[in-house]
Ligand binder design. Sequence first.
Ligand SMILES: Nc1ncnc2c1ncn2[C@@H]1O[C@H](COP(=O)(O)OP(=O)(O)O)[C@@H](O)[C@H]1O
Ligand SMILES: [Mg+2]
Length: 467
Amino acid sequence: MPLRVRLTLWYGTAMALFLAIFAVVLYTVMARSLKDQVDQSLEETATVAVRSLEQRGFLTLLDEEELLTQFPELARIDKFFQIFSPTGKITIRSPNIQRHDVPLSRTALEDAFTGKTTFESAKYPGEPPLRLVSVPILYRGSLVYIVQVGTSLESVEASLHRLLIMLLVTIPVALAVSLAGGWFLAGRALKPVDTITLAAQRIAAGDLTQRLTVPSSSDEIGRLAATFNDMIARLDASFRQIRQFSSDASHELRTPLTVMKGETELVLRRPRATEDYKMVLESNLEEIDRMSRIVEELLFLSRADLGEVKMERAPVRLEALVEDIQRQAGLLGQEHHVEVVLGTVQPATVLGDELRLRELLLNLVDNAVKYSKPGGKVEITLLREADEARLAIIDQGIGIAPAAQKLIFDRFYRTDEARAHTKKGTGLGLAICAWITEAHQGRIEVKSAIGEGSTFTVVLPLAPSAA
Ligand SMILES: Nc1ncnc2c1ncn2[C@@H]1O[C@H](COP(=O)(O)OP(=O)(O)O)[C@@H](O)[C@H]1O
Ligand SMILES: [Mg+2]
């Protein structure tokens, strides 16, 4: 069942229940208070009559005409009265009671002997019901008369009947109107959901460029649409990334293969001197090295993506690591005529995986040396600041254009300057660095100016005890 129908039904049921309870309560309260009013007015009239009769000594009662002139309060058109003797016989009765006898009931008579006032209703066929009050008049403890005042409940019945009709007419109308309103409102409230569903269907069909028009409101629907758009944008980005990634990977692997194939074919075209074969094989080995580096790095990254790379969390003394790396990189630098030196090194211990941190530093120092100009200098510093260790690798190399600084951490991304500078490189090193830093709850910052050099700063949280 559609949500709209369900909502409307729920709403309608609640409304109907509410209206029904309202009607029942209203009717009951109304009926009760109308009858109370009648009883009260009957009793008042009876009390006045009894008091007057008592004042007069209620000796002999004359005929009704005399009675009425003496007790004008009894002469009321909407009420009749009767005076009974203790035997229950009518002594006097008002002229407005003509249609038939209204005898005193047994209960009223019995109550009268115990001095109690009786309220009762009487019903004669074809007539509106009567309401009667019977008040005993006692003289020196014995029952002298019973005064009964009665009235027709016709107007009360009529009022209640009118009320009933009104309720029976207005309640269905109110229910219908509110159901229509509920239907309309539910439709309005659910319309954006339909829109979202349609868009989701288009997106599910493969069009990830689709976005929802987000309502400007910050209500549930607005938030849903915004969240949905966010999700699609992320999916879109990661699908793009995956496609880009596989195309880049194939491209990067194809280049060395093409080189190897070309050289091998060329050298096989005719018999060559041993030296030539050796040269080609050496060149091939270089390409094979490069390819296995790419494959290894790719393997690491995909295992990292899958969460399969284990990370130790042990205290690592960065100052010792830095000195070690400097020694190692010093040799590397010599090949490129680049000097690798230590700047300020303050002791700092972080929690992490020493092997991964070493890999991270080696990658950065390797980049710094690789992208330096001959005769350049690479400086490594380690500073402790508040609860952070700041490891900086500073070079005076080719630098990175501002626009590229965000992209260099992407897989396979290499700047044109870098490609022109050296063929060595896979474009995967910094992606691995970024992953390792993140796994250590740290971050990498880059400051660079083209042609002037770059500074890569790795910021890592200090181990708690050392902080
Ligand atoms: N120290 C640096 N100086 C200039 N450019 C750099 C430096 N480090 C990294 N880059 C740029 O970032 C790119 C990505 O680096 P990386 O992922 O390590 O790849 P690779 O070292 O294989 O080229 C490099 O190709 C280069 O364009
Ligand atoms: Mg690198």
